[in-house]
Structure formats: C-alpha cells, structure tokens
Unconditional design. Structure first.
Length: 132
C-alpha cells in the first residue's frame, strides 16, 4: 500500500513537472515571437512624423511586453527546476521504498526457509529415531 502511494506521488510530480515544462516552452516561444516582432518593427521606416511617434510608442510597448514576458519566463524556469527536484526526490524515495520492500521480502523468505529447515531436521531426526 505504501509503495502504491509512493508511485502515485511520483506520477503526480511527474505530471506537474511535465505541465510546468510545457508552460515554460510555450512562454519561451511567445518571447521569441515578441522579440522577432519588435525587430521586424524596428526595421520599418515610418514615412511621416506621426507614424514615427506611433512606431516609437508601439516599439516601447513591445519592449515592455518583452521585459514582462522575460520575468514570467524566469519565474517559470524556477518553477520547472523546483518540480524537477521534487520529481527526482520522489523517484529516489520510490526506489528506496522498492529496495526496502525487496529486503523485507528477502528476510521473510530466509526466515521461512530457516523454519522449514528446522522442521525438516526435526522430522528427519524423529524418523531416524523411529527406525532404530
């Protein structure tokens, strides 16, 4: 039962890590798109003064959006790292639990075999005495 709980916890942490990694990838792609759009707009040359002011204003807004996006991406990277660490910890705990269970089963099997050996020895000795 405890092993099943550990396995479920490991699956939950793996799912959380996967979701965080997907979100990080999505944010990274969004940031690349924002940067590409800003570079594209900076290369355009406005034809009038009004267009130049509007272009500068839009580029400044795009730059602020990029800064905000970079901050969110940095936060997401931290979250992904935390999820990765939790997943690794859960995997280690699950592996340790498996080894403990195997060790307990081995000890139980050895104890059972020892008791069976004792009973067989007693039966053999009893049979030997009866033959005499």
């Amino acid at each position: 039962v405890l092993q099943k709980l550990r396995d479920q916890e490991k699956r939950d942490k793996h799912l959380r890590f996967s979701e965080a990694e997907q979100e990080r990838t999505r944010q990274e792609e969004e940031l690349v798109g924002l940067r590409d759009r800003l570079i594209e707009e900076r290369h355009r040359e406005p034809t009038t003064a009004g267009m130049m002011i509007l272009s500068d204003l839009l580029n400044m807004q795009r730059h602020l959006n990029i800064c905000t996006s970079e901050t969110r991406l940095d936060q997401q990277v931290v979250l992904v790292d935390q999820c990765r660490e939790e997943l690794m910890k859960a995997q280690v705990e699950c592996k340790v639990m498996e080894e403990v269970i195997v060790s307990i089963k081995d000890k139980e099997e050895k104890e059972y075999q020892r008791k069976v050996g004792i009973i067989n020895d007693e039966l053999g000795a009893l049979s030997w005495r009866r033959r005499k």
